[in-house]
Design a protein around this ligand. Structure first.
Ligand SMILES: C[S@@+](CC[C@H](N)C(=O)[O-])C[C@H]1O[C@@H](n2cnc3c(N)ncnc32)[C@H](O)[C@@H]1O
Length: 231
């Protein structure tokens, strides 16, 4: 019975270290935990969701794929009701606001022993900035294409790091270093988004125009680094 797991979640699974006790927050169907357990990657999994229905579906799937004995289930807003004995926490398929709400509500996550694996669906620059301001550093970041979308997956840990420039909140140094084959395509999409923002701000005479013009020019300056070694 093949698990219908997406490439996006498989990319998150790649960030889990062998033997990790995983907490999958917003687990929905539970496929990530089930994949990690059936492939012998994680040693146990906490699956939690704020909604009853997805949690029930994760429980049914855990039985179906025979990993029920290695999973615990919690109805919880973020990490509020879950035990703290895990190594990596995964938040996937959520927007920045939800992730910031989940992480900021749990000051006990501010310990370097917890690895946060974050696959954010929206407003990634805001999330990267917030992580730094809250004392987390991004250790690594990668890209994955699923359908027509390109997603990023990042690993953050509590501890000192270098603050990102405004442009680095769009294309992080960790993504640049990854030299991922999808980086040029991702870069073009990000740059187009900022170009549209600049055009809109220009039309409306918005005060934030200089900030976004600088971001655009700093992003444009990355072109050589991104395409340089690919010719
Ligand atoms: C779009 S689904 C993503 C499911 C899965 N993580 C994935 O990436 O495929 C988002 C899930 O997060 C849950 N969720 C949203 N806000 C949450 C919160 N504050 N705490 C826990 N779960 C939450 C939703 O109920 C939903 O099941």
């Amino acid at each position: 019975m093949k698990l219908p797991i997406s490439d996006r979640l498989l990319a998150c699974a790649d960030f889990v270290a062998p033997g990790d006790r995983v907490a999958d927050i917003g687990c929905d169907h539970g496929y990530l935990s089930i994949h990690l357990l059936t492939n012998g990657i994680a040693s146990s999994a906490i699956a939690s969701d704020v909604n009853e229905q997805p949690l029930q579906s994760a429980m049914r799937n855990a039985v179906k794929y025979r990993v029920r004995d290695k999973m615990e289930f919690y109805l919880s807003d973020g990490v509020r009701n879950i035990p703290r004995d895990f190594d990596s926490l995964v938040c996937a398929g959520m927007g920045a606001d939800t992730m910031i709400h989940i992480i900021s509500s749990a000051p006990w996550l501010r310990e370097s022993k917890y690895r946060l694996i974050l696959q954010c669906q929206s407003r990634r620059p805001e999330l990267r900035r917030w992580l730094y301001d809250a004392g987390y550093r991004i250790n690594r970041e990668t890209l994955v294409k699923d359908g027509k979308f390109i997603y990023t997956v990042m690993e953050a840990v509590y501890g000192p790091g270098e603050g990102p420039t405004p442009a680095e909140t769009y294309i992080s140094p960790q993504l640049l270093r990854s030299a991922h084959p999808l980086l040029p395509e991702y870069y073009e999409r990000v740059k187009s988004g900022v170009e549209l923002t600049v055009m809109g701000l220009r039309r409306s005479g918005d005060d934030r125009l200089p900030i976004y013009e600088t971001i655009l020019s700093d992003l444009t300056a990355l072109e050589e680094q991104i395409y340089g070694n690919r010719c």
